[in-house]
Design a protein around this ligand. Structure first.
Ligand code: T1G
Length: 687
């Protein structure tokens, strides 16, 4: 309980006023924190006994930003900009003492102070752009004045924090505290007083940059910012810092902020912020459920997936044994892992020493027996139930009792696999997404026998591996791939009915996906799961494979590729499609972009509704997270089900009924979607 209010305390230590914020878990700038700081600063400014002020925080971090839960609710004074004006106007030296992460409004609070002291492990950043916002309390006006326009543009539009050393080097902090942070801040404040240092206010600093700086920055980042509103607003706010007097610039920043905060994109990105934390909560598994140790891992299969999965364990410092059946395949797998690390090292994102450290944790083997003492073994062998069952049968006999046996299957029935072992309660699906060492999504497939400690262990392992783990139930394709199948089915049908691959890809690319389904197919290889012996030209994809057009790797697939793998629409493919449609007796027609979009996405929403009805996903926001982290759904659209709520279940259901009348039962509306349409409900409101 603080002396100012429940979350802010004011104590005077030898003439220095110490304002302490104590608002767990991250000292967010709630209305009470703002009111407490405002009151505390005013009192300290007026108290003749006080010579200087130190602002610092209890708990694990300095202020981590505005309180995101307050957005969208009626504002409560003092606003953050008003509070920062009070701090900046304080007639006595104000020192911010930073530990943990000073983020967003937290860093802005420190920028309104005269000086900043950081603990060696502290991080400072302005991540508002990740919420579809911009720093709305002076960050876009003060940071450029302190560190220069270019570093400010990078920090503000990336949202990436900087560490204490880098912050000191760029002038963002004035000192790194050796030893006790609070003592260092008090000592700094005392020196500022004894030396009679003038109160440097960042708002008084000059800032300059040519228009070319902004033009260059926009050009260099056009691809990364495609579709997002916030980065451009950030750039305009920094431009205002250069072109306008500071108070005008602050006003311009506020205007830009208010426009973003009430927009769909920020609502979507704030939804994702909370959704990606909600996925960790499994209603029937207590947060303190004991987990099993995973000190040693085993991977069966050293192909693309097995190698990528092994890299995740190595990155987390977990010794891993990887097993193949043939020496050549094993050598290839290990060489690929090393090559991936070395290319990361070449880009400067890790040192050669890191590469060697990781490789030293890897033990290649040709014998499953070498997995006997692993705590968890995951198989990434051929996607055929018989093969999976054979491997699990062997692992069940070899691997120590109590160890977890996991499958990386993308579609198959985890319950059936579990039933082929003597330890079904220890069997779980860990569905990684290719490339497994890059994609953040991990579907934790919970079998009907999988024990709660094993599920809790799998979810915790996901976090340890730097993934976003989502619990899903058993069905063909679980959540992500089951919904993807609906989109792929429609995309193929649209080709026969009148669209070309480049039409469908363009519509989904413009919607915000990183790639359309056909370009994606060419990238992954059209021959995944295709067999020459059994191919009967029954689909356009089969015909292309039969023509040796297997995608980028053969220089041609749905697209033609030049030597730099630049894609262009293919007249050959156009003819294949026209002939195929003619053979099917289909009268092709002009298909609008809107119909392409609705035909691809609405059946996915419908599949999502079925997944929720069947309990395969716990909540609609989990489906959002699956599609953002597994398939590149544009985060500024909040996820598939969030977007469906925005479009409106009634609108979607009505179109689906139309499509069903025209194209058949692939569009049969799920009872849940129909119910929401009728009742005016939303997926987000389902409990
Ligand atoms: N507001 C409200 N709640 C927050 C919060 C915030 N800013 N940050 C975290 N939480 C909650 C979070 O939901 C979770 O709750 C708990 O704290 C622990 O978080 C005007 C407008 C600080 C690096 O974007 O990046 O300032 O799930 O699980 O992994 O310019 O939280 O336990 O119920 O993430 O240790 C800008 C967002 C805001 C920082 C800690 N600031 N937070 O990570 O814990 S906008 C941010 C984070 C702004 C101004 C603008 C991380 C973290 P629960 P956690 P963590």
């Amino acid at each position: 309980m603080g002396s100012i209010n429940a979350v802010v305390d004011l104590a005077i230590e030898d003439g220095i006023a110490v304002l302490t914020v104590d608002n767990p878990p991250v000292n967010a700038l709630s209305a009470d924190v703002r009111a407490g700081l405002d009151d505390g600063i005013r009192r300290a400014g007026q108290d003749p006994k006080v010579e200087a002020v130190v602002i610092w925080c209890a708990g694990r971090t300095f202020i981590a930003g505005a309180d995101i839960t307050e957005f969208g609710k009626p504002p409560r004074d003092p606003s953050l900009p008003a509070l920062l004006d009070t701090i900046e106007a304080c007639p006595k030296p104000v020192v911010a003492a930073i530990h943990g992460t000073a983020l967003g409004g937290g860093l802005e609070t420190a920028l309104a102070s005269n000086w900043r002291i950081a603990a060696p492990t502290a991080k400072m950043g302005l991540p508002e752009v990740k919420l579809g916002l911009l720093p709305g309390a002076g960050g876009t006006q003060r940071l450029p004045r302190l560190v220069g326009v270019q570093p400010a543009l990078e920090m503000i539009t990336s949202g990436t924090p900087v560490g204490a050393k880098q912050a000191l080097a760029m002038g963002l902090v004035d000192e790194i505290a050796e030893g006790d942070l609070k003592e260092a801040a008090l000592a700094f404040a005392r020196r500022a007083v004894s030396e009679g240092r003038p109160l440097r206010k960042i708002r008084d600093l000059k800032v300059d940059a040519t228009p070319e700086v902004f033009a260059e920055f926009r050009k260099a980042n056009a691809r990364k910012f495609r579709g997002f509103e916030a980065p451009e607003a950030c750039i305009q706010a920094v431009e205002a810092a250069v072109s306008l007097p500071v108070d005008e610039g602050l006003k311009r920043e506020r205007e830009l902020f208010m426009k973003l905060v009430s927009g769909d994109q920020s609502r979507a990105q704030r939804h994702v912020f909370f959704a990606e934390r909600e996925v960790a909560r499994i209603p029937d598994i207590a947060a303190d459920t004991p987990t099993l140790p995973v000190a040693k891992a085993g991977v069966v299969g050293a192909g693309t997936m097995g190698g990528g999965i092994a890299m995740n364990f190595l990155n987390a410092g977990i010794p891993t044994t990887i097993v193949e059946t043939q020496q050549a395949a094993l050598d290839r797998g290990v060489a690929t892992i090393r090559k991936n690390y070395e290319s990361t090292a070449k880009k400067g994102r890790m040192t050669q020493e890191d590469v060697e450290k990781r490789m030293a944790l890897l033990t290649p083997s040709l014998a499953l027996e070498d997995l006997a003492d692993c705590d968890l073994v995951i198989e990434a062998v051929f996607e055929l139930m018989e093969v999976k069952k054979e491997v699990f049968g062997k692992l069940d006999r070899i691997v120590k009792p109590g160890a977890i046996l996991a499958t990386n299957t993308s579609y198959l029935d985890v319950n059936e696999i579990a039933a082929s072992t003597s330890r079904p309660e220890l069997v779980v699906g860990l569905h990684f997404f290719s490339p497994a060492n890059v994609m953040k999504l991990l579907e934790v497939v919970r079998g009907k026998e999988t024990s709660k400690p094993v599920v809790a262990t799998a979810m915790k392992l996901g976090k340890t591996l730097g993934k976003v783990a989502v619990q899903v139930g058993v069905c063909h394709g679980f959540v992500g791939n089951r919904m993807l199948a609906a989109r792929q089915r429609e995309a193929q049908k649209l080709l026969v009915e009148g669209a070309m691959p480049w039409d469908v890809d363009r519509v989904l690319l413009d919607f915000g996906f990183p790639m359309g389904p056909f370009a994606m197919g060419d990238l992954a290889g059209l021959d995944l799961g295709w067999k020459k012996e059994t191919s009967t030209s029954s689909t356009i994809r089969e015909i292309l494979n039969e023509m040796d057009r297997r995608g980028q790797k053969t220089g041609a697939g749905f697209y033609d590729y030049d030597e730099n793998r630049k894609a262009s629409p293919s007249p050959v493919v156009e003819k294949v499609i026209l002939d195929f449609a003619a053979k099917q007796g289909v009268e092709r027609r002009q298909i609008s972009d809107q119909e392409i979009l609705e035909r691809c996405l609405y059946p996915m929403v419908n599949e999502g509704a079925k997944i929720l009805e069947e309990g395969v996903a716990l909540r609609s926001s989990d489906i959002d997270i699956v599609w953002i982290y597994g398939y590149g759904w544009p985060v500024y659209r909040g996820g598939l089900m969030f977007w469906a709520d925005l479009v409106g279940p009634a609108v979607i259901a009505e179109r689906m009924h139309d499509f069903q009348a025209r194209f058949g039962d692939d569009f049969k509306v799920s009872p849940l979607l129909d119910r929401l349409a009728k009742d005016g409900g939303k997926f987000a409101d389902l409990k």
